[in-house]
Design a protein around this ligand. Structure first.
Ligand SMILES: Nc1ncnc2c1ncn2[C@@H]1O[C@H](COP(=O)(O)OP(=O)(O)OP(=O)(O)O)[C@@H](O)[C@H]1O
Length: 310
């Protein structure tokens, strides 16, 4: 059994001249909650559609739960729950009846257990009380919850969720995040796409960062945090002199402004930096070691900011 629930090699999709997804090598370990992070238009949805076999890659290939796609689709897709551009819900049927219809259309689902599974899925996404309401009367958030319930009608080994908290209010967002944690605790692998760094920080064990169709980083969140290079920040009324001393000491990315100088410490010990500054006659009124946060790292990777609200 391969260690990866999702594995791709050189996955590429062109639309005319535009390369929407460029040679992406995904590696989503089994049991991970993998945050597929990137700004709008970076190629996340296109990648997910290829993974699920909804569109054909221009080149490259992938496997889900160890089965090569698209050949293994019939075997593997019943074990995969997906949320991508909501399934076609019928506006005049209730949420419950919509799920009945979807479940009946799934040849691998057991009819005898349908009602219990549908009830359980609706309850898990907090739609139990609104189960009998017509879909057309559902708010955007309720529609999103119903799509999530549809992805969970059967027990799944892998869930692929495109922006699962899109359109949810803060309470719904919290509920869906805790639901994702619960699914992972039950042993499912979850791949979710998001443009929210805070979402990755709150629920994910792994992250893959997309930028203009390229996967520019992929690792555990822990490793990424560990890589964040600590910087020294010196408060002084002679910032240019402080910057020169820091550079001579071997700090990198040294900059200064009106009352401070800063640089990446690297192997230089902070106490050595302070001692050298003082020895060289630079008055130090304050000194701090600041660890870069994840947002700064992502900006460095992609040259763009991420929406960190929510
Ligand atoms: N069917 C299509 N035809 C032409 N171009 C497309 C098509 N689908 C996607 N694209 C383009 O591919 C690029 C990647 O789009 P994609 O939807 O995968 O990004 P995304 O990261 O999911 O963004 P978002 O969060 O906005 O959905 C975009 O420039 C988009 O315009």
């Amino acid at each position: 059994m391969t260690a990866f629930a999702v594995e791709s090699c050189g996955l590429t999709k062109r639309f005319g001249r535009q390369v929407a997804v460029n040679a992406v090598d995904l590696a989503v370990p089994r049991g991970a909650v993998y945050g597929f992070l990137g700004p709008n238009g970076s190629g996340k949805t296109t990648t997910i559609r290829m993974l699920l076999g909804l569109i054909r890659p221009t080149s490259g290939g992938h496997a889900l739960l160890g089965e090569r796609m698209p050949g293994g689709a019939a075997t593997v897709l019943p074990r995969v729950g997906a949320l991508v551009e909501g399934p076609g819900f019928h506006p005049y049927l209730s949420g419950m009846d919509n799920l009945r219809r979807l479940d009946a259309a799934d040849r691998t689902a057991r009819a005898a257990t349908a009602d219990a599974r549908i009830r359980a899925a609706l309850d898990r996404v907090g739609l139990g009380a609104a189960a009998g309401k017509r879909f057309r009367a559902y708010s955007l958030g309720m529609r999103q919850r119903l799509a999530l319930a549809a992805a969970m009608l059967a027990s799944r080994d892998l869930l692929i969720l495109d922006e699962p908290t899109n359109g949810l209010d803060p309470q719904g967002t919290r509920e869906v995040r805790s639901l994702i944690g619960a699914l992972a605790a039950e042993g499912a692998t979850v791949l979710l796409s998001t443009h929210l760094l805070s979402e990755v920080e709150q629920v994910c064990s792994h992250v893959g960062v997309m930028h203009q169709g390229n996967l520019v980083a992929q690792s555990t969140l822990e490793d990424l945090r560990a890589e964040a290079a600590p910087r020294a920040r010196v408060r002084t009324d002679r910032p240019a002199d402080a910057a020169r001393v820091l550079r001579e000491l071997g700090l990198t990315e040294v900059t200064h402004d009106g009352d401070s100088a800063t640089g990446v410490l690297g192997p230089v010990a902070p106490e050595k930096a302070v001692a050298t500054l003082v020895h060289d006659g630079v008055p130090v009124s304050g000194f701090a070691v600041v660890a870069a946060d994840l947002e700064e790292q992502f900006v460095a990777l992609t040259g763009e900011g991420f929406d960190v609200s929510g």
